[in-house]
Design a protein around this ligand. Sequence first.
Ligand code: BJW
Ligand code: ZN
Length: 250
Amino acid sequence: MGQRMVREAGALLAQARSVVVLTGAGVSAESGVPTFRDALTGLWRSFDAQRLATPEAFRDDPALVWGWYEWRRATVRQARPNAGHLAVAAIEARVPSGVVVTQNVDDLHERAGSVAPIHLHGSLFAPRCSACAHPAPVPDEVAEEPGDGRRVVPPRCARCAGLVRPGVVWFGEALPAMALEAAVEAASTCDLLVTVGTSGLVYPAAEIPQVAARSGATVMQVNPEQTPLDADADVNLRGPAAQVLPALVQ
Ligand code: BJW
Ligand code: ZN
């Protein structure tokens, strides 16, 4: 990626009055949070994230799925926002209208100073009852690995004794309507959408850059790899978020 390209992209950003930053797992990769499509590591090596993140997996083996989320919550708690998250917060603070839309279930944007990022796929820190949707407390960190190191029996709902589930959006489930509406509204009225670290494979989030492009916005992509979003992007900045984003806001 050339210096000239970064300068031009920085100039586009400086001119924009209304910016949406759409992030995916890649923005947290350099904080040590594995991306969704990265091979699972350690104890979880033999599992497939696409299969675990489903209502069917939770129904068939709630302790396995809950244990996976406990492990991921612990990873995120130990992680710190990186220079990419900080640059996103700086963009948001600098432009007259800045909106952060994330597919991530971690809280690293909040911890970097972003104000109320829109979470399209929920949060690791908002468990709820699988039967009555009553919010449940976030469990304390597990001090030591229980049992086989993977399965953790989920807590029960204080209201109806149903099984508590992670407050995330699994495949086949609807996205939170207000979050999706707010994201689409922001994308259709912005003059620049910056998509960062997303594979562009998961819908409806993957449509958001198209919404912006069709409404006449410039679309900029930050990703070390090619993605299906390349076609919609006016500017493709190939590189890791924690290097490229800070260079844009210098
Ligand atoms: C870096 C980097 C660095 C690395 N810097 N970058 C239309 C067509 C086809 C299918 C569908 C469709 N519409 C719906 C579907 C089905 C399905 C879907 O999209 N399937 C596809 C797989 C084909 N969608 C759904 O089921 C959605 N629901 C739905 O549509 O409901 C309809 C409905 C309506 C009304 C009633 C009922 C139903 C729900 C989707 C939910 C997605 N949930 C997950 C799990 C969340 C919880 C959890 O985390 O466990 O969300 S799946 C997973 O993918 C997670 C992510 O947010 C999401 C996106 O992943 P992301 O962020 O793009 O990460 P990766 O890992 O894929 O990519 C990382 C990228 O970073 C890569 O490009 C790297 O190169 C890059 N990178 N290092 C910058 N340092
Ligand atoms: Zn309940």
